[in-house]
Design a protein around this ligand. Structure first.
Ligand SMILES: C[S@@+](CC[C@H](N)C(=O)[O-])C[C@H]1O[C@@H](n2cnc3c(N)ncnc32)[C@H](O)[C@@H]1O
Length: 218
């Protein structure tokens, strides 16, 4: 089984299950034109996140790592009228592209993209209502910190999803670990010990290679 097969299957599934969508397609195009790295979730993964947020009945969503707003649009579309999504992004250029994409998708009223290091933006969120759904997808070495914050900011019964936790299988080899792998190993050890949460990891293959999502219920 090769990565060409994974990509072909992703394309097949996208054609069948993720119909062409101007706002999402233009968001990807705008990201490419602005030279943003092609590291958003894939279309089937975006729809998967959307469905998870709907299953969770999310009214308040926190996203850490916006990029061009591709996953943001998928998640915001899961919100009911009056729902809210806050997305944290370090890079002002990424945030600018994301805001334009979110506006084109007609979601500006429910989405707030906040620029700065997520670790600096998170404490202010303690003053608000808790979140129903948190998606962690930013700088990987900081994932243990983001998970600690997500546990504080998520309501009981809420859901936390963490992307890129398997890293081509690198998490099983401590000797070859880079900062990203190390971040995920620390996060998974933390999750294993975490009281008040139950989590598992689903390994994934597809157009984005071999990786995985962690799914946690608080
Ligand atoms: C993998 S991308 C997010 C992809 C997006 N969730 C999607 O699927 O469409 C990671 C993003 O996190 C941002 N980022 C990196 N370090 C950050 C930090 N310390 N605080 C907030 N965002 C950060 C990067 O600039 C990048 O835009």
């Amino acid at each position: 089984m090769t990565s060409e097969t994974w990509t072909a299957v992703d394309e097949y599934l996208t054609r069948l299950l993720v119909p062409a969508d101007p706002a999402l397609d233009e968001a990807q195009q705008a990201a490419a034109e602005a030279d943003l790295p092609p590291i958003s979730v894939s279309p089937p993964q975006g729809k998967f996140l959307h469905l998870l947020a709907r299953i969770a009945g999310a009214r308040r969503i926190l996203e850490i790592g916006t990029l061009a707003g591709y996953s943001t649009i998928w998640l915001a579309r899961a919100l009911p009228r009056g729902g809210r999504l806050i997305s944290l992004e370090f890079d002002p250029k990424h945030a600018g592209v994301a805001r334009a994409n979110i506006a084109r998708a007609g979601l500006s009223e429910m989405v707030d993209v906040r620029v700065g290091r997520a670790i600096d933006s998170l404490p202010a969120l303690e003053r608000d209502e808790p979140f129903d759904f948190v998606f962690i997808d930013a700088d990987k070495p900081s994932t243990p910190d983001y998970f600690r914050w997500a546990m504080k900011l998520t309501r009981k019964g809420g859901v936390i999803v963490v992307d890129n936790v398997v890293r081509k299988g690198g998490i099983v080899d401590a000797s070859g670990a880079d900062g990203d792998i190390e971040g995920m190993r620390k996060f998974l050890a933390q999750l294993a010990q975490q009281s008040g949460a139950s989590g598992s990891v689903l390994q994934t293959v597809g157009a984005k290679g071999y990786d995985g999502f962690a799914l946690i219920v608080v």
